[in-house]
Write a protein that binds this ligand. Structure first.
Ligand SMILES: [Zn+2]
Ligand SMILES: [Zn+2]
Ligand SMILES: [Zn+2]
Ligand SMILES: [Zn+2]
Length: 744
């Protein structure tokens, strides 16, 4: 094997020395995930296995896009904190240590708890996954004829001492042509360690240092591997000198170093925590790449900068403004006065024109145009608010101010204050802009199959508006290019999550950074891409009625105050893992439903329902979709999450299938579950119905229930066990009553 990208790795002794690992060619998403450093892979058609290794590449220059870089570091920080907290929560007789959960590049052992997560920028290098190196490995070979095993410590070692062509006569084995084959079983450990299936064991000597002794007690170095069947427990290494037998097991050097002294000291740690397990890497994964993703807000650095403690006052006024705490809009007359006072009276004319057209459209019953002119007037006015030409009375309530100060301790992922600021950025940069997003209520040439005549367009608009209203949806927009970053930064072994059970014992799984580059920095592979997405906002009057009927909101807030404002004022931290909401029995219930949990339950369940609909009609599978929930804004985004190029599946689904999709949305039978009452009793969500793959769900499939949409049993975590009234039921009732819901 001498050339780059050759398929098939030689296992014989023909390798030539080289200075650099060879490189492979794969697509960027593949290099960033399945072929990321630390993975073991076999070449198609070839027999040999290789280990991916990082190689230098052009670092991504984020100097002009620091927000993007900061967002990567923030999501990495959050990921590591979640991992640590989840792992430290393992309950067993022996202690768990932070270094068993986090690789050194993510961890500062001088601190404790969440503060010990330490993601220092200078430890990492951001790379595009364009190039990846590989080395042959694991370097353990066995002769198919005589079962003799040969191990190398490095590719260079193998180059220096190639595998022999013949096996010499030894005991009852006559001399023969060797038939070397790379062993496709490795030892793996949840600490992140991986080793070839060596007959030599790591041990700790009296001085406390860990070593691998490359010989039998009799002094002979050669072992045969005798395989009896497929069970590793029946495999044995047999010494060619004294015929003594060894079981197939290895100790994990990292865990040996950490735990052996503690076992000797009489703590309840066990050898099962130290021993590695044999795994066939063809049959089961030994590498779980870890990735994270987010929507990019480059043009809105405030999405990051407003979140720091020093800017709490600014954040409070921003949230106050977004949720109508800031008092009402001034009348048009007052707006004009304020502009004149600021010597800007002339710019009022444009605004006045928008308002006149809005009124004209309203008189003509042209709802679509009303929206357009109202939007235009609103954004003009917002521009003046921002420019300081027109002001409202800012009056963040004491409750809101308290929340802004308390949020430092809230789980970032569910923080409604952060999400409301991000939602605002998304609206201004994408959702509200005609070139960036399409209002699906309005016929568009490329999104409406019936675009030929004005009559057909009107028919489309009436039908879509009516179907959306029946689903309680206020707004539905197609975002054409949602800027996203997806990055991979490390891996775990044995389990994809912070915990694994081995030999009936709960074990912490270590989150590893990728192995270092020659510069000693750890690579982070970044893919920047644009995906289609659907933005949905629910009707606030319908949500208010849903919350009222389910007993958490006595009456809708008086405009311009919003449900989101009340939600934020009364929010109680959901916690990193929604622990209170994963309760499955009566005794453990600690939480009663409130505005925040009911709203999240509703918006999240609706997002899953929409995702299932998109999966059914677009050909995208659920695993390639994901969601972002904006609970305080009664909104969510469902987006494609593939790292590969977006082929427009969501827009073509809308164009060709929108009527089936909309019918699906409100069809009650689509929200029945095949598991029937079993599912209802388990909280109204299961893999057979509304759940989605864990990697796609923002909330680990918690705070999710079909009952939020169609009614049914109260959530299992809820101390208030009054059955839920479903959102679709509420919408239908309100529409039948023919009027907006009355408060009280
Ligand atoms: Zn042989
Ligand atoms: Zn021996
Ligand atoms: Zn179900
Ligand atoms: Zn979800």
């Amino acid at each position: 094997m001498a050339q780059d990208q050759r398929d098939g790795t030689a296992t014989g002794g023909t390798q030539s020395a080289r200075m650099f690992p060879p490189r492979m060619t794969r697509s960027q998403p593949q290099l960033a995930t399945v072929y990321a450093p630390g993975s073991i892979f076999t070449w198609e058609g070839g027999r040999g296995a290789c280990l991916s290794v990082p190689i230098d590449g052009a670092a991504i220059d984020f100097s002009a896009r620091q927000t993007r870089r900061d967002q990567i570091m923030e999501s990495l920080q959050e990921f590591c904190q979640n991992w640590l907290v989840r792992g430290m929560a393992i309950v067993r007789d022996a202690a768990i240590y932070e270094q068993q959960l986090l690789d050194g590049c993510f961890h500062n052992p001088m601190r404790q708890g969440q503060a010990s997560v330490d993601i220092a920028l200078d430890r990492f290098e951001f790379l595009r996954p364009e190039r990846m190196g590989y080395l042959p490995g694991p370097l353990v070979y066995r002769c198919d004829t005589c079962a003799l095993v040969r191990e190398y410590v490095s590719p260079a070692h193998q180059v220096a001492e190639p595998l022999p062509i013949t096996c010499v006569s030894d005991g009852d084995q006559p001399a023969h042509d060797s038939r070397w084959r790379q062993l496709d079983v490795v030892y793996a450990h949840w600490s992140g360690g991986i080793e070839g299936l060596s007959p030599y064991r790591y041990t700790m000597d009296r001085g406390g240092s860990v070593q691998k002794i490359p010989r039998c007690q009799c002094g002979v170095e050669n072992f045969r591997l005798i395989k009896q069947g497929n069970q590793f427990s029946r495999w044995r290494f047999v010494c060619t000198g004294c015929s003594s037998q060894r079981e197939v097991y290895q100790t994990d050097p990292f865990s040996l170093n950490l735990l052996k002294p503690l076992i000797d000291a009489g703590t309840p740690h066990q050898w099962s925590e130290i021993n590695m397990i044999p795994v066939s890497y063809r049959a089961s994964p030994v590498f779980y790449v870890q990735t994270a993703r987010f929507i990019v807000f480059d043009t809105d650095p405030e999405v990051i900068t407003l979140m720091v403690p020093a800017r709490e006052d600014d954040l409070a006024s921003r949230v106050a403004m977004l949720h109508g705490f800031a008092g009402t809009d001034p009348s048009d007359e007052r707006i004009k006065e304020q502009l004149e006072r600021n010597a800007q009276g002339s710019i009022f004319a444009t605004y006045e024109m928008f308002r006149v057209r809005e009124a004209t459209a309203r008189a003509a019953g042209d709802a679509a145009s009303v929206d357009i002119w109202a939007d235009a007037a609103r954004s003009t006015l917002n521009g003046w608010y921002q420019a300081g030409l027109v002001s409202r009375e800012v009056s963040a309530s004491p409750a809101l101010q308290t929340q802004v100060r308390a949020r430092a301790n809230y789980a970032r992922r569910y923080d409604p204050i952060r999400s409301t600021v991000e939602h605002d950025a998304l609206r201004r940069r994408k959702v509200n802009l005609a070139g960036e997003a399409a209002n699906l209520k309005i016929a568009q040439a490329d999104l409406c199959a019936e675009f030929e005549t004005v009559e057909l367009q009107r028919a489309y608009e009436r039908r879509v508006a009516d179907d959306l209203a029946r689903a309680g949806i206020e707004e539905a927009r197609l975002i054409r290019n949602l800027d996203m970053v997806e990055f991979s930064f490390g891996f775990s072994r044995v389990s994809a999550t912070p915990e694994t059970t081995q030999k009936d014992r709960r074990m912490p799984v270590r989150l590893m950074g990728f192995p270092p580059l020659p510069s000693n920095k750890r690579p982070i592979y970044v893919i920047e891409q644009q995906n289609e997405a659907i933005y949905i906002q629910l009707n606030d009057a319908m949500v208010a009625e849903f919350l009222r009927r389910n007993g958490v909101l006595p009456q809708p807030p008086t405009p311009p105050r919003t449900i989101g404002g009340s939600l934020i004022e009364s929010y109680q931290d959901f916690g990193l893992f929604l622990k209170d909401f994963s309760v499955r029995d009566e005794i453990s219930r600690v939480r009663a439903r409130d505005i925040a949990s009911m709203t999240y339950l509703l918006v999240h369940s609706m997002a899953h329902h929409v995702m299932h609909g998109i999966a059914r009609f677009s050909g995208l599978d659920l695993g390639s979709l994901s969601e972002v929930i904006f609970p305080a804004d009664l909104a969510f985004v469902v987006h494609r999450r593939g790292m590969t190029e977006d082929l427009g599946n969501i827009s073509s689904m809308w164009r060709d299938q929108n009527s089936s999709f909309l019918r699906y949305l409100v069809a009650r039978r689509e929200l029945r579950c095949g598991s029937g009452t079993l599912c209802d009793h388990r909280g109204g969500a299961c893999p057979a119905c509304i759940m989605i793959p864990e990697t796609s769900c923002i909330a680990g499939n918690q705070l999710l229930s079909r009952a939020a949409l169609v009614g049914g049993r109260a959530p299992l975590w809820d101390t208030n066990q009054t059955p839920l009234q479903g959102f679709f039921q509420v919408v239908q009732d309100v529409r039948n009553a023919g009027a907006a819901p009355a408060p009280g």
